[in-house]
Design a protein around this ligand. Structure first.
Ligand code: ADP
Length: 489
């Protein structure tokens, strides 16, 4: 591929450091920075949430306003500007939609007007690009919140000369979240009825924004090679496996990188003591610190397992709840950091009262604690039902915290099962509580052999999942998308 300069607009509904609910934010905040190093000029577009306003960022108005149709209404949105790591960031401001406590919904459920919110966002991004008069080669969209953008380019803006040389890339970070809305709301999108067909963005009679992104983009990607194959099967495709099979020639898996300037025990400023693969002494201090933080009264030698997770079915919370009784009977302690479904929040809070001193639970979203858990635990547990990529297990490798994971998607791709002095973690295949417990027991038996355990930690710490390679792959895919786009038009 020729190494020419590419202008890229990266559109996401969350990005660090501005607003985050999960891995999408890590990717959206760090991939654009990595792309700059492979000669892409990137601008990032985000909604202007309350979190952004209260986050203490330097934000200024651009003076630019766009007007977008929303059904029969015509709404204005302001374009604000911030920057992060020298990356220009544009924020779509419409307080009625984004000045709220959460990004997508409360623990009780999604916001009722998410279609309006993300239609406004998507359309305002397209209009802002046009108004600025700066033609991108690529608009890189992410997840259902931005799925309308490829549809706009192939429908409403189809004959607009401004966009004839712009290609779209759409990345699926999680296929279970599709942005499905009833058909009578279709008018809100401002699209023509011709795209609301089963070949287009209709899904069993409903509007499906993720499907719009998949069908109308030039190239589709997802966040690991394993997941790109899984989502083409009925078991993991959540009803879109057929759509993805139809686009399999344009579907690519690119594993997420991680930001080692944030997640590296040698430099991490949020942990008690720094340490490295060569000298693990500091990790003990981090464990002491974590035990204090969670008020756990165990001997320092007792293995400590951590969980940092959205508390949702996807993350294996059902088999974990089933396994908790047996896990707690073992010689170990656990810390859980998470937010999510009310029933799991209540469940873990209940369990922590029952196993006080051995199980620490914090129902909150706290980046500082996430770092302390990565550093202070001996193992991290990720029993996911499915996992598009997963970031915590990759952070854990760097922190010498051995991952115990279910062999699915990105977890399967990034962790090598321990055997006879090889491998970087522990993987179980069957999605059952008994398979989970058996794997934890296996990990505990290796933990008792200090020499083997330290070697296992060090193998993980040597792994390199930095963004460089993945950014290069995205750049190749951008070129491919452009070729396709120019070829067709
Ligand atoms: P997902 O995006 O499906 O939630 P990932 O593993 O890809 O899962 O990314 C999760 C990211 O969110 C990680 O950076 C993790 O550290 C962070 N995270 C999840 N829950 C919490 C929490 N309660 N507090 C702080 N960070 C969290």
């Amino acid at each position: 591929m020729e190494d020419k300069h590419l202008n890229v607009v990266f559109v996401s509904s969350e990005a660090v450091p501005f607003a985050k609910t999960g891995g999408l934010a890590d990717v959206s905040g760090t991939l654009p920075v990595a792309l700059k190093k492979v000669s892409c000029k990137v601008t990032l577009f985000l909604p202007f949430y309350r979190q952004v306003l209260s986050g203490g960022f330097e934000i200024e108005p651009t003076g630019l306003e766009v007007s977008v149709p929303l059904g029969r209404r015509e709404l204005r949105a302001e374009i604000m500007r911030a920057s992060s790591n020298d990356l220009p960031v544009y924020l779509i401001k419409r307080d009625e939609f984004f000045d709220r406590s959460y990004l997508y919904g409360t623990p009780e459920g999604d916001y009722f007007d998410n279609l309006e919110r993300f239609t406004l966002f998507s359309r305002a991004v397209v209009e802002a690009i046009k108004t600025r008069g700066f033609k991108p080669h690529i608009i890189h969209c992410n997840d259902w919140q931005t799925g309308l953008i490829p549809a706009y380019l192939k429908d409403v803006y189809r004959d607009d000369p401004f966009f004839t040389t712009t290609a779209t890339v759409f990345t699926i970070h999680n296929i279970a979240y599709q942005g499905i809305f009833p058909p009578f709301l279709f008018e809100l999108t401002g699209l023509n009825g011709r795209v609301f067909t089963p070949e287009g963005m209709e899904f069993w009679g409903n509007i499906n924004l993720l499907k719009a992104g998949i069908v109308f983009s030039d190239i589709v990607t997802t966040v690991s090679s394993g997941y790109s194959k899984e989502i083409q099967t009925p078991e993991y495709g959540y009803g879109l496996d057929g759509v993805l099979r139809a686009r399999r020639k344009d579907l690519h898996g690119v594993v997420n990188g991680v930001d080692y300037s944030e997640w590296d025990p040698e430099k991490d400023g949020l942990i008690r003591a720094n340490y490295s693969e060569k000298d693990l002494t500091g990790k003990r201090l981090c464990k002491e610190d974590l035990l204090e933080e969670f008020d756990l009264r165990i001997d320092l030698e007792v293995p400590l397992i951590g969980i940092i997770s959205r508390l949702a079915d996807q993350k294996g919370m059902d088999i974990l709840s089933e396994a908790m009784e047996e896990l707690m009977s073992l010689d170990l302690a656990m810390v859980v950091l998470g937010t999510g479904d009310r029933r799991y929040q209540d469940l873990f809070e209940g369990l922590s009262r029952r196993w006080h001193g051995k199980l620490g639970v914090k129902i909150t979203f706290d980046n500082r604690l996430a770092h302390k858990i990565e550093a202070g635990c001996d193992m991290i547990l990720m029993p996911s039902r499915y996992e598009p990529c997963g970031l915590n297990q990759i952070y854990s490798l760097k922190y010498g915290t051995v991952p115990i994971v279910r062999a699915t998607g990105g977890l399967d791709d990034t962790i090598e099962d321990y055997r006879d002095g090889h491998g970087t973690g522990f993987k179980f295949r069957d999605y059952t509580a008994s398979a989970l417990v058996a794997k934890v027991k296996e990990a505990l038996s290796v933990y008792r052999d200090k020499r083997q355990w330290t070697a296992l930690q060090r193998r993980g710490m040597k792994k390199d999942f930095s963004w460089e390679n993945s950014a290069r792959r995205y750049k190749d895919l951008y070129n491919l998308a452009l070729e396709k786009r120019l070829h067709k038009s």
